[in-house]
Design a protein around this ligand. Sequence first.
Ligand code: NAI
Ligand code: CS2
Length: 493
Amino acid sequence: MTERLNLHALANADPGRTGVTLPPIDPGALTAGIVHLGVGAFHRAHQAVYTELAAAATGETRWGIVGATGRSGAVVRQLQPQDGLYGVLTKDAAETSLRIVGSIRQVVSGSRDQEAVMDAVADRRVSVTTLTITEKGYPRDASGGLAVGTDAVTADIEAVRGVLSGRSGGSGSSVGLLTAGLARRFGATQAPISVVSCDNLPGNGPQLARLVRDMADRAGDSAFSEWVRSGVAFPATMVDRIVPATTDGDRAEETALLGLHDEGLVVAEPFGQWVIEDAFAGDRPAWEKAGATVTADVAPFEKAKLRMLNATHCLLAYLGALRGIDTIAGAAADDYLIAAARALQTRDVIPTLDTPPGMDLAEYGESILTRFLNPSLPHTTAQVAMDGSQKLPIRIIATASDRLKAGTVPDACALTLAAWMVFVYRGRDKDGRDLPLSDPLADTLREHAAGSEAGLADRMFAVKQMFPEDVAGHDGFRAAVRTHVDRLLREIP
Ligand code: NAI
Ligand code: CS2
């Protein structure tokens, strides 16, 4: 049985192992300065690496991370026996390298150990909280406001009230748990703190601020509401690194490199980018010393990334899946799909963007397609196809809305939405293989999809949580989507 990765085993590991980079700062010397909500693959391959490199660059030992999982306890079981250590396997056609990361110093369950999470947020030594809780983790209504009246938000507000009055109570969402933690911090120290969303949401900082502030206001303590506005910052970010779900083959590859077994391994491309708004309430790691960009205006970078990279991902995922293509790399190698991807980027998306400083959008689009071709990443069309009800409004429908307002029918957006509609309706690819629907609105989508082929597009446009009236009500766009739906239905009998 191969020994498990942990601090003791790492201390005895052969430092000369080729292709293996050990933590650049002693993990045992780190104290908690950051709380992360949503310790998934991306956090481990992105923010946690930037944070460790920043700490090593400055010699600061105060930036250890307390990681809180979302719903499942899997990551707790992965990392706790490993003293929080895990590997990042970076892979492309040219090379494979392994970095062992030690910045996560404690992992707690965000569902079963909410007291520990709130105590960590309240800890005066903590001055930053980061989040990667997925688009569906933000309890929003169709307008982006707090989903008041849902069971989760009702529980959240009650939990915040409880903390403010010295009672305990379970939150319904991670944003509620965060807000309850801030309430505990308000009661304990009122030390400033910055809350940094690292999710693929447009205006992720202001979006999270809107939810937290509304939740705080509804808790009914005006002093707390005031402190949330004066003592808590919500900087926006653009985050980028392709981090697919880890496979057993990846773990075996790492064990061959490291000689230890690592349940917490994550796999990523070499590319990484982090653009952070320079709007913090207190101290933060010197992430710019690890290659992050700290700037006054994140919006152009974020909009370009969501509408160029993530939108193209959705096009390749749905059209690729219907064609029986399992991986993004396989879809990016398909001539028809890559032509459609270029049309999406050049005809539909770029006209809606302001060019971020220092960027060439056409070159950026080609660099994205090159990254997607990475044959060493097991990034599946199925994974990118998940949560379409949350992703498509941000990545495709918003672009379509802008193009329609400009008087143009965005045909590649129509094609992408048509592929998604057929993906939901058929539930299988051209070869008859199942296409699983993983989506927080799965039941609603299935209800809308059920019925005749002829009315499919119109029924899906009626999903109010996804389609604003200016898009759903545009006859020319509906006609374009219907045309693509009819063709795809013929292709996928
Ligand atoms: P993952 O599945 O590995 O981790 C997701 C984390 O979010 C887990 O901790 C999970 O417990 C938590 N979570 C899931 N649903 C939740 C909910 N409803 N409420 C609260 N927490 C919830 O996914 P991964 O790869 O870490 O991605 C997470 C997010 O990071 C993405 O949704 C995206 O916003 C962002 N991201 C991901 C990239 C990637 O390539 N994987 C790249 C850029 C951004
Ligand atoms: C992907 C993103 O799964 C998805 O929806 O589009 O996770 C993508 O890999 C990242 O945003 C890349 O930075």
